[in-house]
Each structure stands twice: as structure tokens, then as C-alpha cells.
Design a protein around this ligand. Structure first.
Ligand SMILES: Nc1ncnc2c1ncn2[C@@H]1O[C@H](COP(=O)(O)OP(=O)(O)OP(=O)(O)O)[C@@H](O)[C@H]1O
Ligand SMILES: [Mg+2]
Length: 255
């Protein structure tokens, strides 16, 4: 199993959109996909309509991380063939992060290694300790995707996220996880603002960006009103095609 964490300490940059679209695309290609929601906002969970059930049945990433549950105990089958989801709920925000062992998720995924081909982790913008779990799970053979928007906040969160991936691996003497930056919400016609954003990224992260960019489209938000990834909501749309290209580029990067 290859593990891909989607993380940025800046909010609203397209983490969840990226995680659910890649998960859906890989599942559609026949790969066995596990999507883990590590955000108390539970947006990825909502995409699969699992919030209430997960809450009642106590089958969430809380039990996975803090209760020593196995992936098998908490993963839900979804209406999307080949796609399983470990949901989250708002209560994840209440967990005492100090009790969380940084390698807990990695060990849980090691145990489920034979059951899935790809694991995608949708991280929270603010819960750093949870993100550390995701980074360590992606260290070695996986990848961290850092989505960014090309506005004046392009570096806010991004540099911090990139350096955090190194810090935690160094602290625990683990291999440094690889990261790549993904430019999201890119308008069809670039203005000075986006050009400047690109130049800033190029100077700080040369060679660490995906070639594929995800274009902005109202189809993304329209699909999300029906909790549908744009990949299935409007497969012919620009961002849907971009996500297919990204899925390929991610696979190439994993080799
Ligand atoms: N390519 C796109 N085109 C247009 N809108 C987009 C695109 N990608 C994401 N959005 C919109 O941007 C908003 C934020 O996206 P998303 O929820 O994926 O970000 P996030 O990084 O997961 O946010 P958070 O930090 O709150 O978890 C959503 O309203 C989403 O519909
Ligand atoms: Mg999100």
C-alpha cells in the first residue's frame, strides 16, 4: 500500500477536494483505496454521507488513533466500488493530542498493508499532531501533497507545512517523507497575482511542484453541494480532467 497525505496548515486550499477526487479516481481504476479523514471538520466524511452513522457506531479515526482499533474495525465500505472510508467527527477536536503517539497511524496502516493499494489521508489545517501521524505514515514509500492557492497567502502555511514534514521525521529518526506542492484553484486566465504566486513558489520550491495544476471551476462547488467529487459530478470539466492527470503524476512520483 502507498500512502498519500494531503496537508497544508493554511485552510481552504483544496485539501479535501484533492483527497476525495484522487480517492474516487483511483477506485474507478480498480485500485483498492482507503480514504482516512483526519480532520474534525469531517468534510471528507460528509462526501460519503457517513457522519451520523460513524458517530453512533463509534467507528472513526478517533478509535483508530486513540482506541487502538484496526483499520478493518473502523473503515466503511462506500457506494463507490473499491473505496473504503475511515470517517471523522467533530469530537476529534476534543482529543488530548498529548496522548497521541506519532507512529500510531503508521502502525495501523502497516497492519492493513495487504488490504489496500492506496491510502489517502485528508489532514486538518490546524491539528499538527494529527498531521505528524499522517507524515510518518507517508514516509518511506509514500508522498505528501501540499495544495496551495496562488494568491498573496501562497506561502502562509506552505513553508511551515514543508518544514514540519522534515522536523517530525528527523525527531523520530525516520526517513524524511517526500512532498510536492499542488497549485489549485488556478484561473483559466492568469493575472499578475497568480504569476507572482508562481514566481514565489518557483524560488522557494524549485523541482518540488506537480506539473499538473488544478483549474478553478464552479463545478467543484456545485458538485460539493451534492457531496460529489467533481471527478464523478462532471467528468468532462477542466478540474476533473486535471485530477485525472494528477492521479497519473502522483503514481509516477511514487515509483
Ligand atoms: N478547483 C477548484 N475550483 C473552484 N473551487 C474549488 C476548487 N477546489 C476547491 N474549491 C473550493 O474551495 C473551497 C475549499 O476547498 P476544500 O474544502 O477542498 O479545502 P480544504 O483545504 O480541505 O479546507 P480546510 O482547510 O477547511 O479543510 C471549497 O468551497 C471548494 O469547493
Ligand atoms: Mg478540508
Amino acid at each position: 500500500m502507498r500512502t498519500i497525505a494531503v496537508s497544508n496548515y493554511k485552510g481552504g486550499v483544496g485539501k479535501t477536494t484533492t483527497a476525495v477526487n484522487l480517492a474516487t479516481i483511483y477506485a474507478g481504476q480498480g485500485k483498492r483505496v482507503l480514504l482516512i479523514d483526519l480532520d474534525p471538520q469531517a468534510s471528507a466524511t460528509d462526501y460519503f454521507g457517513l457522519y451520523d452513522r460513524a458517530s453512533e457506531e463509534h467507528r472513526t479515526s478517533i478509535e483508530l488513533l486513540y482506541g487502538n482499533a484496526s483499520v478493518e474495525d473502523v473503515a466503511y465500505e462506500t457506494d463507490t466500488e473499491n473505496l473504503w472510508v475511515v470517517p471523522s467527527t467533530i469530537e476529534l477536536v476534543d482529543q488530548n493530542e498529548l496522548l497521541l503517539r506519532e507512529q500510531r497511524l503508521k502502525f495501523a496502516l502497516d497492519d492493513a498493508d495487504a488490504d489496500y493499494d492506496i491510502c489517502l489521508i485528508d489532514c486538518s489545517p490546524v491539528m499538527k499532531r494529527l498531521a505528524f501521524n499522517a507524515y510518518l505514515a507517508a514516509a518511506g514509500t509514500g508522498l505528501i501533497i501540499i495544495p496551495v492557492k496562488l494568491d498573496s497567502t501562497v506561502m502562509r502555511g506552505t513553508a511551515l507545512t514543508a518544514s514540519a514534514t522534515r522536523q517530525i521525521a528527523d525527531a523520530l529518526r525516520m526517513p524524511t517523507p517526500e512532498f510536492r506542492i499542488l497549485r489549485t484553484c488556478v484561473p483559466g486566465r492568469m493575472t499578475n497575482a497568480e504569476e507572482t504566486g508562481m514566481a514565489v513558489l518557483d524560488s522557494f520550491f524549485p523541482g518540488q511542484q506537480f506539473e499538473t495544476v488544478i483549474h478553478a471551476s464552479t463545478k467543484v462547488a456545485q458538485g460539493s453541494w451534492q457531496w460529489q467529487p467533481v471527478a464523478t459530478f462532471e467528468p468532462g470539466s477542466r478540474p476533473a480532467r486535471d485530477y485525472v492527470d494528477l492521479a497519473k503524476e502522483v503514481e509516477d512520483a511514487l515509483r
